[in-house]
Design a protein around this ligand. Structure first.
Ligand code: NAP
Length: 255
């Protein structure tokens, strides 16, 4: 079965690694090309946008793809929506692999908010020294807040408008709880802002914030398009694909 694996996450790399060794699957991983030095998955990789829904639909047809696994980040809503539309138009199956979100535990002081604009207002109301760990996109939502000071941590420099009082810290996780606790203390952070990315790789900041008694503003995930099957682990995705490749034979779609 020929599979397009939309990636940019650890789960996508892990699935690519597992499937590349399996005879019944041909995998092409796709990366957006946003970060300057992406970690490349094993096997065949293409890099760059497809050009919207129509571009993706053409690419799927040209490459005779039979199934799409969308293993992009839980907040990569545009590519997920595009993939849902393109696969629907071609009558192809699509699976969304999305790790479970985080849940607050005892001692956590979380504010769950629906979007970045609300996160910006909530954080500014909760403290004056704010750690932004939302990636490099979306920082502009905080630009209108002139009073707080922001430590903006991202892999690559943020894009768009920035709040006037800030420092940029370029770093790629995962970070340990000790490193995160040290960061919070060193910069006298009063509030942490994060997306509900889920997973262990970036969860140390939540533990560090809990230990320090700090509030965390957690931005909720965008919804998955209706009708798309969601799996929450690499193992589950692999199981679904194995079952499908048993059923599936023949060529890809026609446009
Ligand atoms: P997005 O807003 O959903 O996508 C914007 C556009 O980028 C899409 O319309 C598509 O361009 C292109 N694109 C996105 N993912 C792609 C992929 N895997 N392969 C080819 N093109 C892709 O996505 P985003 O939030 O900018 O994220 C971009 C990438 O970074 C994703 O692969 C995601 O897994 C990864 N990532 C995102 C976050 C986050 O917080 N959003 C965090 C970690 C990693 P066209 O319309 O031209 O096809």
């Amino acid at each position: 079965m020929r599979i397009l694996l939309l990636g940019g996450t650890g789960e996508a790399r892990e699935l690519a690694r597992l499937l590349t060794g399996e005879r019944e699957h041909e995998i092409v991983s796709s990366l957006a090309g946003r970060v300057s030095e992406p970690i490349r998955p094993e096997g065949e990789v293409r890099i760059g946008g497809f050009g919207g829904v129509d571009g993706l639909r053409e690419w799927l047809a040209d490459h005779r793809i039979q199934l799409v696994v969308d293993a992009t980040h839980p907040f990569a809503a545009s590519i997920t929506a595009n993939a849902a539309l393109a696969t629907a138009r071609l009558g192809l199956p699509m699976i969304r692999l999305s790790r479970p979100g985080w849940t607050a535990g005892p001692g956590d002081r979380w504010y769950r908010v629906p979007d970045l604009a609300t996160a910006a207002d909530t954080a500014a109301g909760a403290g004056d020294r704010i750690l932004l760990t939302i990636g490099r996109q979306g920082v502009a939502a905080f630009a209108g807040h002139t009073r707080p000071w922001y430590l903006i941590r991202a892999i690559d420099p943020p894009t768009g408008a920035l709040p006037p009082r800030h420092e940029i810290l370029l770093a790629r996780g995962p970070f340990t709880v000790a490193e995160e606790s040290d960061l919070l203390a060193r910069h006298r952070i009063e509030v942490v802002v994060t997306k509900d990315s889920g997973g262990a790789a970036t969860a140390a900041k939540l533990t560090a914030a809990r230990t320090a008694g700090l509030p965390v503003v957690v931005v909720d995930r965008p919804p998955v398009p209706l009708g798309i099957r969601v799996v929450t682990s690499v193992e589950e995705a692999r199981g679904v694909l194995s079952a499908r490749s048993g059923e599936d034979s023949g060529g890809g779609p026609t446009r």
